[in-house]
Write a protein that binds this ligand. Structure first.
Ligand code: PEP
Ligand code: CO
Length: 460
């Protein structure tokens, strides 16, 4: 069946949330935004069939486990640390970068867990974060106009006609890269890195001489000593390996891929999107009926990005559709309003959600509302990121709602993409390698984690 294009046709009348009318492919009957245009429909169908016959990447039980953890967040007993690349890359795929990212997210969790005394839920933007929504359909360079880059799962960054062609085969490569990534992450979290004696050694090589590394090592050594003491008192630390538990997430943008990875749970007969544990709808696709239709039928917990442009009435309608029984821990609102916008737009949003008694987890994405271009380079100021977070914590506290998590673009690689710390505007080009938006590097991420830790002491 062909997709309808939302930009050219009027939306259909709203449908009630009735899962009898839902199937993994029912999104195809709805208007869609941000969809690729594949020339070869037969090739697309072959790829979709292959993907639907492949093993799931994650399992229903793991999704259910994450849901119970998110219910704890909804009760104010746990905190979500979600982060990773803006766009994963085929060409920069390597075991080292996965390891370094995993080490970084563990270090940040140690810092956050110690200060908040709460469980930190580690949710990677990884093993599936390959498709990007874009503001423009085309890019023009020196008089040549080509389709915009939409993520490695759809086309290539290379600026030539064959690179920019939308190619369904790329979904297969994304699937295989995701399986290999998950395989390594599972190995790390089950054994390789789950030993608390090693926590102090997780400092990445390039960050060794940074003052924050010393602060981290001191903290990790204190924790290690306390745990050795607990062990010597006969306390069983076997469940410590839960600390390294890791979940995956990405934007549910390319619905051909998401549909092909839907599976029915044999016990409950319910549908799970087995491409990741947690899926989110981006800022640009909350107004795409096909995306809402797809995501309403899957059992996975979901995120909705919210910007200053998001109409509150549309958001409320989406909450009715996606969580009709208003259960706790099902939906996270990921606020990305920018350091200015958040001050005036978050208070009325919280009030409206409170008035309508909607159950949501409040998260902050302090990255996407603070993107700017300096000398042709897309960047973000570390100070703006921190300012937005500071407003997020103080506004949520003022309105009596729990600040349940952060959503970051970050990497364990020693990149120079955001301005702050030792990175100046002039130094951005030194190691600017992101495929899409600028990410925090390891020391900037640690800096942010210590800043959050100080907040926890004040707010939590
Ligand atoms: C993203 O998370 O990379 C993204 C594009 O975010 P948003 O939908 O909030 O713009
Ligand atoms: Co991004």
């Amino acid at each position: 069946m062909k997709n309808k294009n939302a930009d050219s046709k009027k939306p259909k009348k709203e449908e009630k949330n009735d899962l009898d009318n839902w199937s993994p492919s029912s999104w195809r009957n709805h208007l869609i935004k941000q969809a690729p245009s594949y020339e070869d429909q037969e090739d697309l169908q072959r790829v979709e069939q292959k993907l639907s016959s492949y093993p799931p990447l994650i399992f229903a039980k793991e999704v259910d486990l994450l849901k119970t953890k998110l219910q704890k967040v909804a009760l104010g007993e746990a905190f979500i640390l979600q982060g990773g690349d803006c766009a994963e890359s085929f060409s920069r795929f390597s075991a080292d970068s996965i390891r370094d990212f995993y080490k970084l997210i563990l270090q940040m969790s140690i810092i956050l867990g110690f200060s908040s005394q709460k469980e930190i839920i580690k949710l990677g933007r990884i093993a599936g974060q390959f498709a990007k929504p874009r503001s423009q359909d085309f890019e023009e360079k020196e008089g040549i106009k080509l389709p915009i880059f939409r993520g490695d799962m759809i086309n290539s960054l290379d600026f030539n006609p064959s690179g920019r062609k939308h190619d369904p085969q790329r979904m297969l490569q994304a699937y295989h890269q995701s399986t290999a990534t998950l395989n390594l992450l599972r190995a790390f979290s089950k054994g390789g890195m789950a030993d608390f004696h090693l926590f102090a050694q997780y400092i990445l090589d390039f960050a060794q001489s940074h003052p924050l590394a010393q602060r981290y090592k001191t903290l990790a050594n204190q924790i290690s000593q306390a745990l050795c003491f607990a062990q010597s008192c006969g306390i069983n630390l076997e469940t410590m390996s839960n600390f390294c538990e890791f979940f995956t997430s990405h934007e549910a943008l390319l619905l051909h891929y998401e549909e092909a990875l839907c599976r029915t749970d044999s016990l409950s007969q319910q549908f799970y999107d087995c491409s990741a544990h947690f899926l989110w709808i981006g800022e640009r696709t909350l107004s795409s009926p096909a995306h809402l239709e797809f995501i309403r039928g899957i059992q996975n917990p979901k995120g909705l990005k919210v910007s200053t442009r998001t109409p509150i009435n549309e958001l409320l309608k989406a909450l009715d559709l996606l969580n009709p029984s208003n259960q706790k821990g099902e939906i996270a609102l990921i606020i990305r309003m920018g350091e200015e916008g958040i001050q005036t737009r978050l208070p009325p949003l919280i009030q409206s959600i409170q008035q309508h008694k909607k159950e949501v987890i409040w998260m902050s994405d302090p990255m996407h509302g603070n993107t700017m271009t300096k000398n042709g380079i897309k960047t973000r100021q570390f100070s703006s990121i921190i300012n937005e977070l500071a407003h997020f914590f103080s506004i949520t506290r003022e309105f009596g709602v729990y600040a349940g998590g952060v959503h970051l673009e970050m990497t364990g690689e020693d990149v120079t993409e955001c301005i702050g710390g030792s990175i100046t505007q002039e130094g951005l080009q030194k190691n600017y390698i992101t495929q899409c938006d600028p990410r925090l590097n390891a020391t900037q991420s640690l800096d942010l984690a210590f800043w959050l830790a100080d907040q926890f002491e004040v707010f939590i």
